[in-house]
Design a protein around this ligand. Structure first.
Ligand SMILES: [Zn+2]
Length: 101
């Protein structure tokens, strides 16, 4: 059984997925990789084999995108609260990161 980790990618150059063999664009920032060798896997394989890690990446990315500006929480717009809530809901319920609504 493969083990997976979350790693930080510093390039968006295309890479071959070690699981399905397809060429994919690596996301800059957090991505799912094989624990052995830290080779990044494509989004489909990450969703299929490591859905909880993908949900965690999406939660972290949503929080970073919305909160990184250091704004007070009370200044967030409704759609920003909903995006954070959606990402948190998916993580807690083990969804693969797609919207629950
Ligand atoms: Zn793949």
């Amino acid at each position: 059984m493969q083990r997976f980790v979350i790693k930080t990618g510093d390039t968006n150059e295309p890479a071959l997925c070690p699981l399905c063999g397809r060429l994919f664009d690596q996301p800059q920032g957090l991505q799912i990789a094989l624990a052995d060798g830290l080779t990044p896997v494509c989004l489909d394989c990450g969703r299929r084999h490591a859905a909880p890690l993908l949900s965690l990446i999406r939660l972290a990315s949503s929080a970073e995108r919305i909160l990184w500006k250091g704004r007070p929480l009370m200044s967030l717009r409704l759609e920003e609260w909903l995006a954070l809530e959606n990402a948190a809901w998916n993580y807690v319920h083990g969804n693969d990161g797609r919207s629950h609504s």
